[in-house]
Design a protein around this ligand. Structure first.
Ligand SMILES: Cc1ncc(COP(=O)(O)O)c(C=O)c1O
Length: 381
């Protein structure tokens, strides 16, 4: 595998820089434009003041956070984990993905990932010496769908693991119980590991989030990854985590100790408190983002885009062909000048770039006024 990520910057960095240069509204990169709950921010300040986490925290993460993560998995999904051996705190989900792949993938192993995929997947599979095998989600009737036969056909004798992501960035697809059951059956039948990226677990507007680890035969072969960034609107704190069997978690920890070793000391204490926020917080977040999804989706449709209204995440994918365009890269590079809005071309999330060419992603994790202004600018198209 060539080091195709060397020397490049991510599309998010390029588009965010373009937003700054042109003064455009940045709906490219997925970060909120307001911070998360005040009490969580205060918890971080308290931790800093009380000297909690200002020095290297324990390698696996502070016990308070590991316990809170285990409680979260048990309360919400009925998944019991020993906080000492089955939970690992990482520098965001990004490090969890990297460490998991470095730990589990040997040179030449194949890794199946749902395409379009989050950009770090391709780089990390490459860094681990693996070969990525994309299984493409297909746009149909206003949503993206996983073709289970294609997934089955992608498995070979060299397949080491499936790298799953639900709710799915950038398409907003939330895999259904039936789809997840089929993935689970396949993994058991072919004796595959699954690394599942569930960072948008709390951002589901239609359907429900079901962790793959909760399906029969999956607990022992699944590493579940999540993070606080999206759920609590503190993407800069980089607090993520992995849950799984002691063997799998130990493997990830072995790789992780030579990446960052540890990170985010005081923030770990704050996120331990955040995970115990009352249900009203999680409901409020969902309701707020659902309204924003509807606002931006309606605005994009009115501007002439074909809209794939997401069932989850805070991204909406659009097809630009109804606007007489077909090249998402060119469209996104021109959009700030044309109407003062930044989006990202979905082609960056594809190996089969042609399949992604006419699609463009907008983030709606922004203040309502900002989204209203963006919608009004997009009307100019
Ligand atoms: C699917 C997916 N996984 C992981 C991440 C990164 O999470 P973190 O900020 O916790 O590293 C993102 C961020 O956009 C994402 O979309």
């Amino acid at each position: 595998m060539t080091k195709e990520w060397l020397g490049g910057t991510t599309i998010f960095a390029e588009m965010s820089a373009l937003a700054v240069r042109t003064g455009a509204i940045n709906l490219g990169q997925g970060f909120p434009d307001t911070d998360g709950p005040e009490e969580v921010r205060e918890a971080a300040v308290r931790a800093l003041r009380e000297g909690k986490g200002n020095q290297y925290p324990p390698g696996p993460g502070v016990p308070e956070l590991r316990t809170a993560i285990a409680e979260h998995q048990l309360k919400r999904y009925g998944l019991a984990h020993d906080p000492d051996t089955e939970v690992l705190v990482t520098a965001g989900a990004t490090e969890a993905i990297a460490a998991a792949l470095l730990a589990l993938v040997e040179s030449g192993d194949e890794v199946i990932a749902l395409e379009p995929y989050y950009d770090s997947y391709a780089a990390c599979i490459g860094m681990a010496g693996g070969t990525r095998v994309p299984v493409t989600l297909h746009p149909r009737n206003g949503a993206y769908h996983l073709d289970l036969d294609e997934l089955r056909d992608a498995v070979t004798d060299r397949t080491r693991l499936i790298l799953l992501n639900t709710p799915h960035n950038p398409t907003g697809t939330v895999l259904t119980r039936e789809e997840l059951a089929a993935v689970a059956e396949l993994a058991v039948e072919r004796d595959l590991l699954v690394v599942t990226d569930e960072v948008y677990e709390h951002l589901v507007f239609e359907g429900e989030h079901i962790p793959l680890a909760s399906f029969p035969g999956m607990r022992e072969r699944t590493l579940t990854i999540s993070s606080a960034g999206k759920t609590f609107s503190f993407t800069g704190w980089k607090v993520g985590w992995v849950t799984g069997t002691p063997e799998l978690v130990t493997a990830v920890r072995s790789a992780k100790q030579f990446l960052t070793y540890v990170a985010s000391g005081p923030f770990q204490y704050a996120i331990a408190e955040a995970l115990r926020l009352p249900e009203s917080y999680f409901e409020g977040l969902r309701a707020d983002l659902r309204a924003k999804r509807d606002l931006l989706s309606a605005g994009l449709a009115a501007a002439g885009f074909e809209v794939y209204r997401p069932a989850g995440t805070y991204f909406v994918t659009t097809d630009i062909r109804p606007l007489g365009e077909s090249d998402g890269f060119a469209f996104c590079r021109a959009l700030p000048e044309r109407c003062g809005v930044v989006a990202v071309p979905n082609a960056v999330f594809y190996d089969h770039q042609k399949q992604g060419a006419p699609f463009v992603r907008f983030a709606f994790c922004k203040r309502t006024g900002v989204l209203e202004e963006a919608v009004s600018r997009l009307r100019g198209l």
